[in-house]
Design a protein around this ligand. Structure first.
Ligand code: WT7
Length: 701
């Protein structure tokens, strides 16, 4: 039955926890004995070893996966709660841990295998030995040519090419803080982030292949520099890698004195070795901007020792990465998944990690499986969106290629059980274990997942928390929803863990407000027990302890596994002159999960011609194509409460053909039906089953 929602103003006692969630428990799938026989983690006592009575010292096991210049004296320091500090007193260098220390045993092993989108270009392997030189030379350039010093921020706006992780590792070698901006983001979005981080150097590339075309990427750098300047930050140098030697794939000229071709400068530093700078464990390693509930993206700051330990430990235990494996994570390095599970986790373990430049279905939906066969990939990692896309475009393709995965990962959004089963049966050929990993930019690494050699899998469910992670589901009032009751609530993590981000760059107050205020028990407390971390996701826990993530409980839209703030898109809409008001809502999409849909009301007397195009252009130039709305509706007025608040929940219901609930208390109830007819036509459609995040999108919380 479609649920009739009563407005919060009238019935504040209605909480998430009281809303029953109906879903069928799927049957278990068990890992094969072949997988278990070789797995890194098969000892069920791991949960006890990482249990609360051994916290925080249990995380020594992860810290000990690294090489420390100086061992730490305090595993967890809570004195500046909730700014937790891990492995205090310890010193280390990340590039040393990812590269130098592997030379003795693995110098001839491929660290990366780069696969161009152009299928006639053979894959390129970069050994640890070669990586060592390339990282050192790049570090020499950043230090001596750019004058960068430990602690300086560097913005990197690049696609997945080897030069991206090389630049990241070169930064890490010097203790520079890198801020990688996803290559698909616009120049303006990059410029805003460069300004927020105060980057004086921008590292970019002339172009790259996408869907069979060479894109002009350097033009975005010009826009980024101009945008940063408007925001008060002068980008002094733009370093331009070249996708193809001696060519220049951009229509934009190089700006004299500002833009430099990296290959030309590097000649000066050929063969130079730069001593890795020994960094305190708590020093920042990188920023990763992500969307939140307010307009501006926030720079999540990750640390050095804690972060690297956590990604190393979880790559070992959950990805089951071993020396002989060929591991391919198809994510983009410009997102946290790529940082943690293409670059830092695998390299810390001396693994071989595949870098794929292209889109998965170019030139056809068989491409990923040809890559898998040719490189003999045996661990595969991707998102539900990519799986849905490949299933739609080529459901029978995997069977045509003789590859064999032992392990597959899904990440970024909830996966529908039917899609999970296709992944398992067809992509994995019934042989591979699957982990559905729930985590976030903020968490640095996995929070919930089955342990692949221990726990059975359950389609559609992320599974139990990772070792050393103690989650709880709370209702709006802060009461714990009974564990295993199957009732929905807000998932929190009760304890700190080493991969947790350190702060929002330059905004400590927002960090505390956004993640801790809601469930903090005493703001002066120095005890971690008083500071549950609020993740912003709805979740339910089944009687077997498995956690199923329902989606965001805030105004964030998860598009193809990537977060976009509705407020962020709305503020872009308001830069279109004719627009008086804008509301952005998520709408369900067969492939991408959710996509934004835009409602705008115009200023009095202006014409509505061409508004849709103006809005789309504004969104694409200020954020990027990823935020492109499915539709733009120009409406006569927004549905509003008597206090003037736009009822986004009502608009989301209309866009998704859900029941709009009781709208009689609105200031302008008649507008709802008008908009509904505009969007849906005369025939009223109401879907019976509403996904949890859409039912409650826009509710006041
Ligand atoms: C949001 C975080 C984690 C790296 C990629 C996204 C959603 C993430 C799952 C999953 C259901 C998931 C959550 C989370 N999410 N993984 N396995 N099942 N939902 O990182 O951009 O920071 O987004 O993605 O809503 O809060 P992100």
């Amino acid at each position: 039955m479609a649920e009739t929602r009563v407005m919060k103003e009238k019935e504040p006692e209605l909480t998430e926890a009281q809303i029953a969630v109906h879903w069928r428990e799927e049957q278990y799938y068990y890992p094969s004995s072949k997988f278990i026989g070789q797995a890194n983690l098969t000892d069920p006592a791991v949960m006890e070893r990482f249990g609360e009575k051994n916290f925080p010292e249990c995380f020594r096991e992860y810290g000990d996966l690294l090489s420390w210049d100086q061992y730490w004296h305090t595993t967890l320091d809570t004195s500046d709660a909730p700014f937790w500090q891990w492995f205090v007193g310890g010193k280390l260098n990340v590039s040393y841990n990812c590269v130098d220390r592997h030379l003795e045993k693995h110098k001839n092993k491929a660290a990366f295998i780069f696969v161009s989108e152009m299928e006639d270009e053979p894959p390129v392997s970069i050994t640890y030995q070669e990586l060592y030189y390339r990282v050192n030379e790049t570090a020499a350039m950043l230090r001596d040519y750019c004058g960068l010093k430990t602690g300086d921020r560097v913005t990197i706006h690049m696609p997945v090419v080897p030069e991206l992780p090389i630049t990241m590792l070169a930064c890490a070698r010097l203790g520079l803080v890198h801020s990688v901006v996803f290559g698909g983001f616009s120049g303006e979005a990059c410029g805003m982030r460069a300004a927020d981080s105060g980057s004086k150097v921008l590292v970019t590339i002339d172009g790259y292949y996408r869907g069979g075309n060479m894109t002009d990427h350097k033009e975005k750098a010009d826009l980024a520099v101009a945008t940063a300047a408007k925001e008060g930050t002068k980008v002094e140098k733009v370093l331009v890698w070249r996708r193809e030697a001696k060519k220049y794939h951009s229509a934009k000229p190089m700006v004299a004195g500002r833009d430099f071709f990296v290959d030309e400068i590097l000649k000066k530093y050929a063969g130079q070795i730069v001593a890795p700078v020994s960094m305190p464990s708590e020093a920042p390693l990188f920023l990763m901007y992500t969307s939140g509930t307010t307009g501006r993206p926030k720079g999540c700051q990750h640390g050095t020792g804690g972060y690297l330990s956590y990604v190393a430990g979880t790559t070992k235990f959950i990805q089951d990465l071993q020396p002989e494996d060929v591991y391919w994570c198809m994510a983009d390095i410009g997102w946290i998944t790529g940082h943690s599970y293409i670059v830092y986790g695998p390299l810390t373990l001396a693994a071989t990690s595949v870098l794929f430049e292209g889109v998965p279905n170019y030139p056809d939906a068989g491409r990923p499986w040809r890559v898998a066969k040719r490189l003999n990939v045996n661990i595969f990692h991707t998102s539900p969106t990519a799986i849905r896309m490949l299933r739609k475009a080529g459901p029978d393709e995997p069977a045509k290629y003789d590859y064999h995965f032992k392990h597959m990962t899904t990440v970024g959004e909830p996966i529908e059980p039917e899609v999970w089963k296709w992944y398992y049966e067809v992509v994995g050929k019934g042989e591979a274990v699957i982990v559905d990993t729930w985590w976030q930019t903020e968490t640095g690494g996995f929070m919930c997942s089955t342990k692949p050699g221990i726990d059975p899998m359950k389609p559609g469910s992320a599974g139990p928390p990772l070792p050393g992670i103690y989650p709880a589901i709370y209702d709006e009032e802060g009461k714990e929803v009974k564990p295993g009751s199957g009732k929905a609530g807000n998932i929190c993590i009760r304890n700190p863990w080493p991969g947790m981000f350190q702060t929002i760059y330059g905004d400590r107050d927002r960090f505390v407000r956004q993640y801790y205020q809601k469930y903090n028990r005493d703001k002066n407390s120095k005890k971690w027990q008083d500071w549950p971390y609020f993740a912003g996701d709805g979740a339910v826990q089944a009687p077997d302890g498995y956690i199923r993530i329902l989606g965001r409980v805030d105004d964030v839209i998860n598009v193809a596994g990537h977060r976009l703030g509705t407020k962020e898109i709305e503020s872009v809409c308001l830069t279109v002159n004719e627009i008086a008001e804008a509301a952005v809502v998520p709408v369900a999409d067969e492939v991408k999960g959710r996509v934004p849909e835009v409602y705008v009301a115009l200023k009095p007397g202006v014409a509505s011609d061409g508004i849709e195009k103006k809005v789309i252009d504004a969104i694409e130039t200020q954020i990027g194509k990823i935020a492109r709305p499915k539709k733009v509706h120009v409406v006569p007025d927004m549905p509003k409460t008597r206090s003037g608040k736009i009822m986004r929940r009502v608009l989301a219901a209309i866009s998704n053909s859900l029941d709009t609930g009781d709208v009689t208390t609105l200031a302008n109830p008649d507008i709802v039906e008008q908009i509904r007819v505009m969007v849906q036509g005369d025939k009223k459609v109401v879907l019976k089953e509403a996904p949890e995040d859409l039912k409650h999108f826009g509710d006041e919380r």
